[in-house]
Write a protein that binds this ligand. Sequence first.
Ligand code: MN
Ligand code: MN
Length: 365
Amino acid sequence: MSKINQLTDYMQENNLSMVFTDNPDTVAYYTNYFSDPHERLLALVVFLDETVLLVPKLEENESRELSSADRVIGYKDEENPWQALQQIIKAQNVLVESVGIETDQLVVDRYYKLRGLLPAAVFHSITSEIQNQKVIKTTEEIDIMHEAGKLADRALEVGMSTLRTGVTETEVVAAIEYDMKKQGVSDMSFDTMVLFGDHAASPHGTPGDRQLKPGELVLFDLGVVWKGYTSDVTRTVAYGDVDDDIKEIYSVVLKAQLSAQDNVRPGMTAEKLDESARNVIEEAGHGDYFTHRLGHGLGQSVHEYPNISPGSETVLKSGMCFSIEPGIYIENKAGIRIEDCVTLTDKGAVSFTSTSKEWTVIPVK
Ligand code: MN
Ligand code: MN
């Protein structure tokens, strides 16, 4: 069933006569047209038998060509897009009594404008329904995510080949992103992370002018946006010889990562999967240093459903895509994380990235 039919089926079952979304990812999900026009309104309005895309005039031609919406309506900057929306609703000749909106996305000001147009309508949150639809990926989406993963593997290779004594974190970031641009990547999934030594002890640290020294670990966490879908991978490698106790911690993180990735199956709950990795780290005595959830879903955006964390009762299903990324972070010492993103199949996890996870020592240059 097409994505838009899934949505209209849901509308029918729940007596919704209209859905309104201005979330660029959701618009792209249902129409194949992605655009984020910032403060200008770009909205998909779904009725049971017609989908209408309301766009700023400057995007009208492109969106008409690229989107699968039944109708595209452009408005000029001097026009009021909410009046245009009112016309769209009027032209339907249906009584709009109930409207679905993404309550986690729609800003309050726009919600009031929408209510002003439809004072008698009741508004329903369709946030979880949209999440549920997006969470099972189609084979087309998964194919693209494999391509995004291959690019992330390449980015890691470039990053590792850039390491030399004295290079700064941001210089390595620059080399990675320059190479990705040349591959046709327009955006990274998030700010590329390259952290040296104990700087990596902060799981979401920001690369800076710190210079690489022999005997330090290097943590890479990166991904690209490719054809509207993201990748996300983390590797931690040694630059020259590092202390044995750090090597030991690495082997714990790797064991945790593999025990989750090798054993995940449809039907397992997300919390069970989290637990399978967390147990390994706890048994090794480092439980206090694994300070975040095991993973997150990804797709059009790098953080979406499912949430792989303690207390998450979501049942994992074939076609879901998510990260498995345990880490151990010891202040003033080291941060180690290993992350692959996978798609779940009936036989288990298939990773989007294939860079080796074995203990890797980059020779000092
Ligand atoms: Mn991640
Ligand atoms: Mn990551």
